[in-house]
Ligand binder design. Structure first.
Ligand SMILES: [Zn+2]
Ligand SMILES: [Zn+2]
Length: 436
């Protein structure tokens, strides 16, 4: 078998890996890299006609957003993923296309993409020519999957993005009893110092901080990815209010999160059993809590901003690269009583990362805005940290080779050097090819 890395090589973004047997070629993920400039997988358009199928691990843009381009080149194959991955991808991709307006995307391509989605169930093996493939829950976001590939006597496991801890919404990745000779793993938090405190401890601190701001009458802005973090954060806040740990203040939900919430509810069978039970067996539907105030028109957004009392605003985008969050920050940054709480991954070069690293000024709509409100960072990660990645590696049976992708330079290097004592560990470069 051969592997070729078209993206996510020494970087987080544009995940796209070719797996090739004697007569089959599949791509694992097909994402883009967002940042100051957009970057794409380094695969030539002419190569797509040789690709038999594309497997998508989950709906984040760095794993799926290159699909419109691929189908616009005239590619006639099928894309495989879980049902929620396709539903969430549709929402995220159309939002991305609306904002970014990338060249080369055709109407025909988008229509063909819609017809070429092939939903597959977790654990149900399917076949692409001589490759047998299985998707396994990866614990990262709704519908996210590990991909197991069997062919020519080799077993490959690709993590996509993985979380080995259960969250409010999802069970942990199911990594027990998997045999794999070759592992392709993300390393977002593979650095030597990436050891996360327990979620309980972190949430406890965040709760205290939110309480303090609310009691002073301030507003809290929580920028969040529409898919994954936002739902987790909303469920946690709702629980706190219901149990009296937080005063009853409105939680404003703005942007694409609302659509994503509906897709979560619709696919609740992919969430933890506890959530399913709450919907099926009680009146207590966590997706439709009375504490959530949906912002759907300009008027209600300005109420959320100007209303003279405490409140919590959960909105996109998670790394503050645009979206409604910027409107809130622009209007609320000036007041020291307010607080901005970052909760998710902040990529290098993004405004969110700059604030997390201590910057107190942002450029919003061409205007310098000084950030007088407090800024705090509580890392509620949907990714495995270093100890979890080590656990993943040690729980796989028969593992020999490891390819480390989807990590910033330093972190993936540290992880590789940790692994190199016991395994053949590789840090593939962009466009690099390996025989395995
Ligand atoms: Zn992801
Ligand atoms: Zn990712």
């Amino acid at each position: 078998m051969r592997l070729k890395f078209f993206g996510a090589a020494h970087e987080v973004g544009r995940s796209c890996i070719l797996v090739e047997s004697a007569n089959t070629r599949i791509l694992l993920d097909c994402g883009i890299k967002l940042g100051e400039k957009e970057e794409y997988p380094v695969i030539e358009d002419a190569e797509f006609k040789n690709i038999d199928a594309i497997i998508i691990t989950h709906a984040h843009l760095d794993h799926v957003a290159y699909l419109p381009h691929v189908f616009s080149t005239g590619w006639k194959g099928f894309a495989y993923a879980t049902k929620p991955t396709f539903e969430l991808s549709n929402v995220l991709i159309s939002d991305y296309l609306r904002i970014s307006n990338p060249r080369n995307i055709t109407k025909e391509g988008l229509a063909r993409m819609q017809k070429s989605f092939r939903p597959v169930e977790y654990h149900k093996e399917f076949q692409i020519k001589d490759l047998r493939i299985r998707l396994i829950p990866s614990g990262h976001i709704l519908g996210s999957a590990l991909v197991e590939i069997n062919g020519e006597g080799k077993r490959i496991l690709y993590t996509g993005d993985i979380n080995l801890r259960k969250t409010k919404l999802l069970d942990a990745a199911q990594v027990e009893h998997i045999r794999a000779d070759i592992l392709l793993t993300e390393s977002t938090y593979g650095g030597d110092n990436d050891i996360f405190p327990s979620e309980k401890e972190l949430l406890g601190k965040m709760l205290e901080s939110i309480r303090e701001t609310i009691l002073k009458g301030g507003k809290i802005i929580i920028p969040s990815f529409a898919v994954g973090r936002a739902e987790e954060v909303l469920f946690v806040l709702d629980d706190y209010i219901r149990s009296g740990l937080l005063p009853r203040v409105p939680i404003y939900v703005d942007g694409m999160i609302n659509k994503a919430m509906r897709i979560h509810r619709h696919n609740v069978i992919y969430c933890r059993e506890e959530i399913q039970k709450r919907i099926l067996m009680s009146e207590d539907d966590p997706f439709k809590s009375k504490n959530f105030h949906i912002i759907d028109a300009k008027g209600s957004r300005s109420r959320a901003i100007h209303e003279d009392k405490a409140g919590i605003i959960v909105t996109t985008s998670g790394m503050m690269t645009g979206g409604p969050v910027m409107k809130y920050v622009e209007k609320l940054a000036d007041n020291e009583l307010n607080k901005l709480i970052l909760v998710g991954y902040q990529a290098e070069g993004t405004p969110g990362r700059k604030l997390a690293d201590g910057a107190r000024e942002l450029e919003i709509n061409g205007r310098r805005v000084s950030i007088k409100m407090a800024v705090e960072f509580y890392h509620l990660s949907a990714h495995a940290d270093r100890p979890q990645l080590q656990k993943l590696v040690s729980s796989l049976e028969g593992l020999k080779k490891i390819f480390i992708v989807h990590g910033e330079e330093k972190k993936s290097e540290e992880f590789a050097s940790y692994l190199s004592n016991r395994y053949e560990a590789h840090l593939p470069k962009l466009g690099e090819e390996y025989s395995v």
